[in-house]
Design a protein around this ligand. Structure first.
Ligand code: SF4
Length: 288
């Protein structure tokens, strides 16, 4: 049976003296009745799809609605010609999240991790590590296993769908997964991975799903940026030895409770929040 808690993953890591990613890999092998080679090959394909989606971003493309597109290119130009406030690595994270979110809105091929709306978060933090820090592909794959383990527990205990849990369940879950992946990549302990996953999601609890005109465009694309940046901050805090006062599993449970209390207008219906602002309604009416 797949893991239903981060605590059970941590216990397995301790009992078997294995890293977080290896425990998730073995669980995958067991669950799908496959072998190590096939599992890695599948994960590698996902990673290559992420890389390809990033590389084939079209900076001139607008979505069918005409509302979004081109901001990834705008961010890259800014980074190349200015001394950005965030600096090179975070600048790349911002650009990467925008590019992937826009590619999704433009119907290009992306990797839904965990969902299409939140597809920009994981690649936005992993691709700059791969290119800028020269992280070997094998380490990236390990980080992806760790992120999958976190996502699996969130899906079991709470939700990864905006329609049931609000945007906290999409961008929040992606941020949590990305934070854990980064700690894995930087050689952190399983406990630090759990702390990073908890801290990243804590910062996005309560985030509602309010897509303008019901499209996964506004505010979705820019929320990928915040999810990715939050993941970097949470990972660095955890690696510094800062603990999450609330354990990861309890944060996930809190997310479920908050999602259950969220009004239906704030769960992907496009009737509340930013979708219900005068400008949100104007854009919706223009498209109908
Ligand atoms: S606002 Fe809704 S549709 Fe957009 S990314 Fe968040 S959960 Fe997904």
């Amino acid at each position: 049976m797949p893991f239903d808690s981060v605590e059970s993953i941590l216990n397995t890591c301790r009992e078997q003296d294995k890293p977080f990613w290896a425990v998730i890999l073995e669980d995958d092998i067991h669950e799908r009745g496959t072998d190590r080679e096939e599992s890695f090959s599948r994960m590698k394909q996902l990673w290559h799809n992420m890389l390809q989606a990033d590389e084939t971003y079209d900076r001139n493309l607008k979505s069918a609605s005409g509302i979004v597109g081109t901001d990834g290119g705008r961010m890259l130009d800014y980074l190349h010609s200015n001394d950005s406030l965030c600096g090179g690595f975070i600048g790349s994270v911002i650009a990467g999240a925008l590019k992937m979110g826009e590619s999704n809105a433009c119907m290009k091929r992306i990797v839904a991790a965990p969902t299409a709306g939140a597809c920009g978060v994981l690649p936005a933090v992993l691709i700059p590590c791969y290119h800028r820090f020269g992280c070997p592909e094998s380490r990236i794959l390990e980080a992806l296993y760790t992120s999958a383990g976190i996502g699996q527990v969130i899906a079991y205990r709470a939700s990864i769908a905006g329609a049931s849990g609000g945007c906290q369940a999409e961008i929040g879950s992606a941020s949590s997964m990305a934070a854990g992946a980064l700690v894995q990549l930087r050689g952190g302990t399983p406990e630090q991975i759990a702390d990073a996953a908890a801290m990243a999601l804590k910062n996005l609890l309560g985030l509602v799903c309010d897509p303008v005109a019901g499209l996964v465009e506004v505010p979705c694309i820019k929320r990928n940026v915040i999810g990715a940046m939050g993941a970097v901050a949470a990972a660095d805090m955890a690696l510094a030895g800062i603990r999450s006062n609330i354990p990861a599993d309890q944060v996930f449970d809190a997310m479920r409770e908050i999602g259950d209390k969220m009004d239906a207008s704030l769960r992907e219906t496009g009737f509340g929040g930013l979708a219900a602002t005068p400008e949100g309604i104007r854009l919706r009416d223009r498209l109908s």
